[in-house]
Design a protein. Sequence first.
Lengths: 267, 230
Amino acid sequence: MQTKHYQKLYMVPYFLWIIVFVVAPLLLVLYYSFFDVEGHFTFTNYQKFFTPVYLKMTFSSFWYAFLITLIALIIAYPVAYLLTKTKHKQLWLLLIIVPSWVNLLLKAYAFIGIFGQYGLANGLLGLVGIAPKQILFTDFSFVFVAVYIFIPFMILPIFNALNELNDTYIDAAKDLGASKWTTFRRVIFPLTIGGVKSGCQIVFIPALSLFMLTRLIAGSRVITLGTAIEQHFLVTQDWGMGSTIAVFLIIAMFIIMAFTADRKRGA
Amino acid sequence: MIHFTGFTLDWYRELFHDTRLLIIVLNTLIIALLSSIIATIIGVFGALGIYTLRKRQTKNAFLSLNNVLIVSPDVIIGASFLILFTMLGLKLGFYSVLLSHIAFSIPIVVLLVLPKLSEMKPSLIDAARDLGANNWNVLAKVVFPYITPGIFAGFFMALTYSLDDFAVTFFVTGNGFSTLSVEIYSLARRGISLNINALSTVLFVVTIVLVGIYYLITRRTNMKGVGVRK
């Protein structure tokens, strides 16, 4: 018995980590959401969250996250499909993944240059004869850059799903007289829905909580849940309200995860 | 800055003469190395612990707790750690950043080591025990060599996560201490300046080299893995 206890001793740091850095922070966020700026116990934060100001912000945050996820999916699916058909799959895949290894800040910074008043984008517009436009600090640039950043995370799971797809199913569908579109709709897409779901999950949750891009690229025109939390914590120092928004973001996260969970195991 | 007139290395010269920036680069590297080494040690033992758990339910409970920090948005991690450190009375700076980097790297290491452990045949351990190995011998001579690729993958992942992190660091960094991501953010808010471009290029090259090393390691170990299976 004693040796058994001794054996488990090496798990102590990991246990401590779970308690201090996983359980405690979540409980603390919940705890703080019941306090106002002066430190009184109150429910006003939750009441405030359901006022039009915060609901509108929540709604717009979800709308942008939805747009980003949808556009990323529309681009990523065909790309992943074409990737499975190329000769050097792994090399192409690596090339697509490389940008995701580059520091996020650098990518955002690069786009400040590209979209700026004298940047590449306006230069190209100038060649076609269109006068320089304000591209940076618009919601268009925000969605564009966000999609650019998240696309590798969407392509990867879809690529894996498509890659595992057994070609004989497609042959079978063809033999049974299905058109290309029918094959896609009835065979390929349903079989790769797992990849699509996990891709959407990986993109949607961070898209809800982006806060650096909203300032650098969208010039604070777009306010996401993440921006609101950051503002409350670091600018206005209203930790209670920030925690309340964080609680709702965590709830949203669990709902999304439940929606996009793979139901294969249950069935 | 707007009109291109010619090539120059001035911005690189300026970059390498900027001691403040060099200190920040050094900080970033120290944080990344220290945090990934410590996270790898704790994570490997954590993975071993989860692996040896008997009950399926406890195992799943541990795995879910393990994954909380991976799926949580950075903002939540940052904000909750900020509350935590303030509650504990820890001064924001080097140690708070180091602790949070260790904290968010541990689950990644666990996730990369666990598959290697479950891939290992239990008969290997039984054989070692039959041959008279004690616990430590089993661990050092059988288990560790087997899961080394997983450990390396975990370490490299932790390293890149730490080098890349902006959001969590931004919350817990306080006033005096800064890492590269946070510094680039505050510079970029002021607009384009060409020494950031030079810095970006340097960082980009470093990233590509790291990716190359990671790719080579995984490719080599994959080949080894195939060899073992034969």
